[in-house]
Design a protein around this ligand. Structure first.
Ligand code: C2O
Ligand code: CU
Length: 467
């Protein structure tokens, strides 16, 4: 499905459309210091401010939910209150978190039942751009709006609030009235193909927002892809943007992008350094379709007293993999439409005939669909792990490792970024092989899964254990 602004303009509901008032929630701190985040149904216009409101599920009444901003080393205390009709949990994506706080329903905690609550209480060890999202039936809950931003500031001053902007980008599937299409949630067609791809982008919950920047001042734009499955194609070279950080981890120096487009997979983040020029407004475009889709605009104001200060980002200290002593594991990705038929086991049983349709399990890691009782691997604490991933499917995937950040060592058929920057999610194209390495220094049970949420639900998910 392509995104095409004209297609919507043609069919947008005219005249009588007005925005329903959102139920109002207040970000509230309980007496014990916990920030209360309530997951509940609410309404929000997505296609435009005046379009008919969509029925979403949100944190504290809006998608994205409340932005959490803390400093490196801080303790974060959040009470998740569930006012949905189904169980839920929150995962703190990219945080090297204590295992019990990772928010993975059925692996690190029981999902929070309707009417229940759960206290998340953890330390954030690294500065950077992170996000949080539902981690139970994520394909459904994240698609309906259950996500928010988590920014961890460094202890030293970086960019001030005015020069530090977050843009959380989401890809929605809207119906002809511009409302969230909920009827197609769980479509087997999406699960067996590229996931739930939408037809409309919002930034911070708004359609084509317009921001304003000053000329000749340095800005940090934190881009987060909260889409279920869309890989965003970006071209920051159009406005001279440089890379400051990937997936929250800043590079030693701002880097020029030597290729384009820059692909930002589901759950990935990129922080850009942008210095706008007078008279040159910036338009952010998604360039993967047959024509660019503008999703955010920046007016550029001229200020006589503007001065160019480019704060240096200090990279987090992450444990360096020791490749000479690494334990290596291989992950074969199979399944999906247009792939070769390979044997697949689900819940200990080989899938045959109608089983695929009946279980909706169509993808596998090493021949196993979904979480097995045995981990993909277990290692001792502090061991270096190398995972070689071989994508034998016809689709691109966004692979996420919980609890750790890794370096990409190799990627067949394409260059890797200089300096092998740290990431928590990597893209792997059809027929590609990618090698990553990390130090398993965080004890517990951790997921490794495709962040195309339909793929994860349909089998592309496994776990490993750090002793
Ligand atoms: Cu952002 Cu397991 O997820
Ligand atoms: Cu995938």
């Amino acid at each position: 499905m392509t995104i095409n602004r004209r297609q919507f303009l043609k069919t947008s509901a005219g005249g009588a459309a007005f925005a329903a008032l959102p139920i109002s929630f207040h970000a509230a701190f309980a007496a014990d210091g916990f920030l209360e985040i309530t997951a509940a149904p609410s309404q929000q216009s997505l296609y435009s401010d005046t379009a008919p409101a969509s029925d979403l599920w949100t944190y504290n009444g809006t998608a994205p939910g409340p932005e959490i901003r803390v400093k490196r080393g801080d303790r974060v205390k959040v009470r998740l209150i569930n006012r949905l009709d189904e169980p839920t949990s929150i995962h703190w994506h990219g945080i090297r978190i204590a295992n019990a706080m990772d928010g993975v329903a059925r692996l690190t905690q029981d999902a929070v039942e309707p009417g229940g609550s759960f206290d998340y209480d953890f330390i954030v060890p690294d500065a950077g751009t992170y996000w949080y999202h539902a981690h139970n039936r994520s394909w459904n809950q994240v698609a309906r709006g259950l996500y928010g931003v988590l920014i961890v500031e460094a202890d030293t001053a970086e960019f001030d609030a005015e020069h530090d902007r977050t843009l959380v980008i989401d890809d929605w599937r809207l119906d002809q009235q511009g409302k969230l299409d909920t009827a197609s949630l769980g479509s087997l067609m999406d699960w067996t193909h590229g996931g739930r791809i939408g037809n409309w982008l919002t930034v911070n919950g708004k359609s084509l927002p317009r921001y304003s920047l000053n000329a000749n001042e340095a800005y940090r734009l934190r881009l987060i892809n909260a889409s279920n499955a869309r890989v965003l194609g970006l071209d920051p070279t159009q406005f001279g943007g440089k890379i400051l950080a990937y997936d929250g981890q800043s590079l030693p120096q701002p880097a020029e992008l030597t290729y384009q487009p820059l692909l930002l997979g589901p759950a990935q983040r990129v922080d850009l350094l942008v210095v706008p020029k007078a008279g040159e407004p910036i338009e952010l475009n998604e360039v993967s379709g047959n024509q660019p889709f503008a999703f955010a605009n920046f007016d550029v104001a001229e200020k006589p007293d503007s001065k160019l200060v480019t704060p240096a980002l200090i990279p987090n200290r992450l444990p360096e993999p020791d490749l000479a002593k690494a334990r290596s594991f291989r992950l074969d990705m199979t399944g999906g439409a247009m792939g070769q038929m390979v044997d697949m086991v689900y819940n200990g049983k080989k899938l045959e005939g109608n089983d695929f349709r009946d279980t909706a399990q169509v993808w596998a890691f090493n021949g196993i669909a979904n979480l097995a009782t045995e981990p993909f691997f277990s290692v001792e604490r502090e061991e270096t792990v190398v995972v070689e991933t071989i994508n034998r499917t016809s689709f691109i995937h966004a692979m996420h490792v919980h609890g750790h950040h890794f370096r990409i060592l190799e990627r067949s058929g394409s260059d890797i970024d200089e300096g092998q920057p740290w990431r928590d999610t990597f893209l792997i194209g059809p027929e590609q092989t990618t090698k990553i390495a990390f130090v398993a220094d965080n004890p517990g049970k951790w997921l490794l899964h495709c962040h195309m949420l339909e793929h994860a639900a349909a089998g592309m998910i496994t776990w490993f254990e750090v002793g």
